[in-house]
Structure formats: structure tokens, C-alpha cells
Design a protein around this ligand. Sequence first.
Ligand code: AMP
Length: 216
Amino acid sequence: MDIILLGPPGAGKGTQAKMMIEKWRIPQVSTGDILRAAVRDGTQLGLEAKSFMDKGELVPDSVVIGIIEARIKEPDAVGGFILDGFPRTIVQAEALEKILADNGRKIDHVISIEVDDEELVTRLTGRRMCKSCGESYHMVFNQPSVENVCDACGGELYQRDDDKEETIRQRLEVYHEQTSPLIEYYRERGGLREVDGTGNISDIFTQIAANLAGTA
Ligand code: AMP
């Protein structure tokens, strides 16, 4: 199953992807996670990406398309994947279609998780991530048992540089300009499912699962 999770930053794509991995045993492929790891490791890719990420802008299409092309050919992704944060532009979506077709594959499901901007700002400004395993928390709505310590692995929590309010507003603007046209793009191609991303995390997961099973 090749699945795309669409949605603005903070919609819960990463959280839902992690729950989906458990159920469908296919990997989450997050361009944001891959780029952050490259920044942390100080690689050429990281150096190139960092200035765009810090400003809340998109990393150039050619860079992220190259990342995805390599990643989805890895053995664990041969049976399917959950794309989280890719594609983010029409150019990326078209490139993805071609890469998959060249490998005898196609996108099976596109799930669009919808949340309004003010809710996203509240979510993202309070978000904290684990440095070690990437688990996410919220200072008000989803606190860890021990302050600043990850429940899952004991790692230290931190605030992403791009989760500061000014950068969040910029990321949302970029989302509306460059990424949200993908909703129409996939609607026209069929197979788009829209899911309300507000409310209980497990209820949202239930909606996604029903959509993937064709019972929604
Ligand atoms: P995310 O973790 O998905 O919110 O991504 C964090 C940042 O990484 C974004 O604000 C972009 O700067 C960059 N990024 C992640 N995925 C993409 C993509 N598909 N295209 C361009 N930039 C991306």
C-alpha cells in the first residue's frame, strides 16, 4: 500500500503515521525527519536544507525529490510506505507519480487531514519533540509523565527551531500557497479522502483506518 498523508504542519500526520506503521507494517517516510537528521549530522544535504527550514520555507523540489527517489527503493519500502510531508508541491507530486510508475507502482490512497490555522498555531507553539526517537508531546494537551523526558525512550525533549510562532505563520502561508493545491490535484485523480483532524487522536486514526479499508 502506497499512502500519502496530506495536511498542514501540525495536523498530526506524524502521529497518525506512527500509529499506521503498527497496523499496516509499512514504514513512515518523512522528508522533514530525513532533513532534520541531515542537519543534525552536518551533511552536505543538511547544510543545504537548513537555511530554508529555519525560515519556514520549502527546500528546493530537486533536493527532496532525490531523497524520496532513493528512500522508496529501500527494501523496507518495497511493499508500501506512508509518505508524511511529501509531496508539498505539484512539481513534487508529478515527480512522485513518475518515479512510482517507473517502478511499476502507484499511489493507492491519499488521506488529507484537515485542521484550521489557529488550532495549528496553538498545537505547534506547544509542541515538544524527543531528541532520540522523535515522539511528539504538547506542553498542555499531551504532557510527558516527567517534565522534559520522553515517556517512550527516556530521551530529552526539545522545541523544533521552526516551531516558533513567526516561523509557524510562515510555514502555514507556504502550505496554503504551495501545498494545499494538492488537495484538488488528488481529488481530480480520485482516491482522495478527507479526514477531520480535530479531536481525539484515536478517533482520527479510526477514521483513517475506515477510509483505507473502504468502509468510511
Ligand atoms: P516537516 O517536519 O514535514 O514539517 O518539515 C520541516 C521542514 O522541512 C519544512 O518546513 C521544509 O522546510 C522542509 N521540508 C520537509 N518536507 C519537504 C518537502 N516535501 N518539500 C520541501 N521542503 C520540505
